[in-house]
Design a protein around this ligand. Structure first.
Ligand code: A4P
Ligand code: MG
Length: 174
């Protein structure tokens, strides 16, 4: 039995990975390996990897986006600390809001918790209107139910596509 399984409560969480500077694929793979090795995390599934048009300031390169489904015994805030530490290791410098970045690690959701604190908003406050989050989320948990919107990931993605947004190109394994 792994160490992580004997600790207190195991929760399910979904993470969004994004980035558009440097070797983003390598950064994603390194982050996934670090989470695999973390004693309090266990990766259940990885989404496919998507190349996505940038949202935010003009002139940015395309992004890569993906999502991970994890079991964890970390609390939401402790998980955020782990993710922010991984962002730092990958040279993440926070400057322009929605600007280019090496890697952005967001918690899409944690169990069916709905919270709004200074450091953490769950589910992620914009996840329900972003194809680059919902498309990978649909690979791993299409029937995940947004606790506030009362719609599944698949329904939220369908709602975006029905407004005329072009679907993303097919994803690939990573
Ligand atoms: N924070 C609150 N809730 C959360 C959460 N659920 N997960 C706080 C993670 N962090 C959360 O984030 C600012 C603060 O949000 C954190 O300190 C944390 O306490 P940040 O990553 O430092 O700053 P940011 O990047 O300006 O904000 P954010 O919200 O992460 O950026 P977004 O909204 O994710 O947008 N285009 C494409 N195609 N693909 C992308 O992935 N990403 C962005 C970034 C812009 N355009 C993109 C993409
Ligand atoms: Mg972020």
């Amino acid at each position: 039995m792994n160490g992580w399984q004997v600790s207190s409560q195991i929760s399910k969480t979904w993470l969004a990975l994004g980035g558009n500077i440097g070797n983003v694929l390598h950064a994603f793979q390194t982050v996934r390996k670090s989470l695999e090795k973390h004693p309090s995390c266990h990766i259940l599934t990885s989404s496919l990897l998507y190349q996505t048009p940038p949202m935010g300031p003009e002139g940015q390169a395309d992004y890569l986006n993906a999502a991970l489904h994890l079991e964890t015994s970390l609390s939401p805030i402790d998980l955020l600390d782990v993710l922010q530490h991984l962002e730092q290791q990958h040279g993440r410098v926070r400057h322009e809001h929605w600007g280019a970045r090496t890697i952005d690690l967001d918690i899409i959701a944690y169990d069916d918790i709905s919270m709004d604190s200074e450091r953490l908003i769950l589910p992620h406050q914009h996840m329900h209107c972003r194809q680059f989050v919902l498309r990978p989320m649909c690979d791993i948990s299409p029937y995940w139910l947004h606790p506030n919107q009362q719609k599944t990931a698949r329904e939220l993605l369908q709602a975006i596509l029905s407004t005329g947004h072009l679907p993303l190109s097919n994803g690939q394994k990573w």
